[in-house]
Design a protein around this ligand. Structure first.
Ligand code: ADP
Ligand code: MG
Length: 701
């Protein structure tokens, strides 16, 4: 056994990885229950942070609870009742008293709750206090049963509520966490003292104790701040190390003012928007620099990313290199031939398109041309990643719609050259804060505006209230009378595409018979055969169909500039991102567009989502609203980005902490990228531990 203090502490730190059964009271059956909460090690238990806290330190006497505010009250259950005033309505009321007054907890249609209470037991209610018929009341309060023994212990303190599971109550969770802290909580701090002091953070051991058992709310906040910083710092260090590694290797100094660039620039038939001009400058500066570029270009569909990519590829042609541009689908890749192709042709750049359906003979020819350097630009799908595709001198890789590719695919393309410049383009609006978190290893350029003054004020989105249908249909008639066209989008009714199609078919019949008998109403669903779809689209494009009833198939790719109205049925069933994509289909021409959302949201969240989409046409703002409404856990949890989980830190509300962590990580990567100095070693080990297997991603590529 080591005897000196330092090693003894190191041993304690290592003990965090022990099985959770090392904690007193955790026997095999309890370990099995903990497993359900994904708690396997001592550390898992210590990092099982409370979901919320009940502030019993300030819990007021019931008789003096402030009205209209959130409060916590403790009392004894006096009466439990379930009433059924209507056939489909039950009202559960639990009355508690504390000698100073009476408080009624009220729940609707949750009569099973009645069985959870016992007369005479001590409970805490937390919620908003209102006055009903002269009685203080809380609707749907949060309840904690205090139990006989622990009652007095918690009064006057902040009670943590840890996520629990069937068979392991919150009381038990508290007890187990408390044991774990006593046995393993006194850990050495991996954070260098300088960073801790600079950022005004409390020591790790105190933070661990106070996040679970804070003496008061102030201590809880201090603990949360320290641990949230740790999460963000580890993440940013990973990104910074990766970034440092990527730019440390030699790259290509592209020529950015060559003849091909000029020829391509003069072939572009429009002036760049301000955002495009900025993005082009950022991209070209990166390309001229002797380090590999790592840039992400973010912009909604239609903001004009393609021309930026084409300009970057022209620099490659002027520098004797090769470029590859990869799209996630065959349709998108084929569209390059029509969008990028003509620009490259005009500049005299030799290019080819390679997809899964390229005939074998042609594929052989293309692969040979790529290999001997006679093909300068290769456009295509995943097919580009196949082993047989070998470039003679790849210096630029452009990856479109990055979110659909995994990290490994992004790397795969880059791996086909040395020091390759990387330009990632995405149409998914990602709020800046989130981009820094998920893609902290990349520089970002934003296209916020659509060309030609289209965008922001060009499309209005309106929620149509109940009974507003007739008015909406009148709007459609008006537009059609003045020569415009309309979409009616039907939502998924249940999980199957078939039902969506059925709904669209029925809606088309109804509109034709009852609403627009004097107009041509067409139908487009994903279930239709390709030639039938094409026929309908052609007729719509030609203006022979005025109102097109469609399922979400129009979300991608359909572009009829004469369409100015879109009605969305059951809009609350759509995700915000999807609605935003949908409305991008209209107002694309000279005429302003109107989106009319028929919605009947049943939940508060649903109402907020509808208000969000009507409230802004800025995709980035909307993405932020979406993140807020759906919860960051949902969004970040669903990622396949290979980044560590954020349990406490909030991408949206910890902006200052994120900025601090990012700056600190960048400084560390600049002075001690391997975190080898004595004062950084512990932090380095912690960061590696946090990344786990994903560290490989950080330290490679
Ligand atoms: P994205 O790839 O961002 O979805 P595209 O690059 O396909 O957008 O551009 C959408 C359309 O706008 C294309 O038809 C393109 O030619 C056109 N466009 C791009 N930039 C401009 C501009 N500055 N002015 C006018 N039209 C533009
Ligand atoms: Mg595009």
């Amino acid at each position: 056994m080591p005897t000196d203090g330092v090693s003894a502490r190191a041993v304690r730190a290592a003990a965090w990885s022990h099985p959770v059964t090392g904690v007193r009271f955790v026997d095999a059956p309890r370990a099995e229950l903990l497993e359900k909460l994904e708690i396997r090690t001592v550390e898992d238990l210590l990092r099982h942070y409370p979901a919320r806290y009940l502030d019993l330190s300030t819990s007021a006497a019931i008789g003096s609870l402030p009205l209209g505010m959130d409060a916590t009250a403790v009392g004894t259950v006096h009466e439990i009742s379930v009433k059924r005033p209507k056939p489909r309505l039950s009202v559960t009321e639990v009355t508690i008293t504390d000698g100073s007054g009476v408080l009624v907890g009220v729940w609707f249609n949750q009569s099973y709750l009645a069985q959870r209470f016992r007369q005479g037991e001590r409970v805490a209610f937390a919620g908003k206090v209102t006055l009903e018929y002269g009685l203080r009341q809380m609707r749907n309060p949060f309840v904690e049963r205090l139990g006989e023994s622990s009652t007095s212990a918690w009064l006057g303190r902040v009670l943590p509520v840890h996520p629990a599971t069937e068979g392991l109550s919150t009381n038990w969770m508290r007890r187990l966490v408390s044991e774990a802290l006593d046995q393993y909580g006194d850990v050495p701090d991996y954070l260098p003292a300088a960073l801790r002091i600079e950022n005004d953070l409390i020591p790790l051991a105190s933070a661990m104790r106070w996040i679970h058992f804070p003496p008061g709310l102030g201590e809880k906040d201090a603990a949360r701040r320290r641990l949230a910083y740790d999460e963000l710092l580890a993440l940013q260090i990973g990104m910074a190390v990766r970034r440092h590694r990527l730019v440390a290797r030699p790259g290509h100094s592209h020529r950015i003012d060559g003849p091909t660039s000029s020829a391509l620039a003069s072939a572009v038939p429009f002036d760049l928007t301000d955002d495009q001009t900025t993005a082009r400058r950022e991209v070209l500066v990166d390309m001229a620099a002797p380090r590999p570029m790592n840039r992400m270009l973010l912009g909604d569909v239609g903001t004009g990313k393609t021309v930026i990519a084409a300009m970057a590829m022209a620099c490659v042609a002027d520098s004797g290199g090769q470029a590859a541009m990869m799209a996630p689908t065959e349709v998108l890749a084929s569209q390059y031939a029509g969008s990028v192709g003509p620009l490259l042709d005009a500049a005299g750049v030799r290019w080819a398109l390679l997809t899964g359906s390229t005939p074998a003979a042609e594929k052989r020819r293309i692969v040979a041309g790529v290999g001997d350097g006679s093909v300068t630009v290769l456009l295509g799908t995943h097919a580009l990643l196949t082993e047989s595709v070998r470039f003679s001198r790849l210096t630029l890789a452009v990856v479109d719609e990055q979110h659909r590719f995994g990290v490994t695919q992004r790397l795969g393309l880059r791996g086909k050259g040395e020091g390759v410049d990387m330009l990632v383009m995405t149409a998914t609006p990602i709020p800046r804060s989130l981009a820094l978190t998920l893609y902290g290893d990349l520089d970002t350029s934003y296209l916020r505006t659509r060309p030609g003054g289209r965008g922001a004020s060009h499309v209005t989105t309106t929620l149509v209230p109940h009974g507003g249908r007739d008015h909406a249909y009148e709007l459609v008639r008006e537009q059609v009378r003045s020569g415009r066209q309309a979409y009616v989008v039907c939502a998924l009714v249940d999980e199957s595409d078939a039902s969506e199609a059925r709904a669209a078919v029925k809606e088309a019949e109804r509109l034709k018979a009852e609403v627009f008998p004097d107009m041509e109403v067409g139908l487009l669903t994903g279930q239709m055969k390709t030639p039938d779809k094409a026929r309908v689209m052609d007729a719509f494009r030609a203006g022979d169909i005025q109102v097109l009833v469609a399922t979400t198939v129009i979300e991608v790719g359909v572009d009829v500039q004469n369409t100015t109205v879109m009605i969305v049925e059951d809009a609350e069933r759509f995700g915000l991102a999807q609605l935003h994509q949908l409305r991008g289909r209209i107002g694309r021409g000279e005429h302003p567009g109107q989106v009319l959302l028929f919605a009947d949201p049943k939940t508060a969240e649903g109402r907020q989502r509808m208000q969000a989409i009507a409230g802004t046409s800025d995709g980035f703002q909307l993405a932020e609203d979406d993140l807020r409404l759906r919860g960051e856990g949902q969004v970040l949890g669903a990622r396949q980005h290979g980044i560590p989980e954020l349990r406490l830190a909030s991408v949206l509300s910890d902006g200052d902490l994120l900025a601090a962590a990012r700056a600190d990580a960048a400084a560390l990567a600049g002075t001690d990228p391997g975190l080898r100095r004595a004062e950084h070693v512990a932090l380095g080990m912690h960061v590696r531990h946090v990344f786990g297997r994903d560290w490989q991603w950080v330290s490679s590529g």
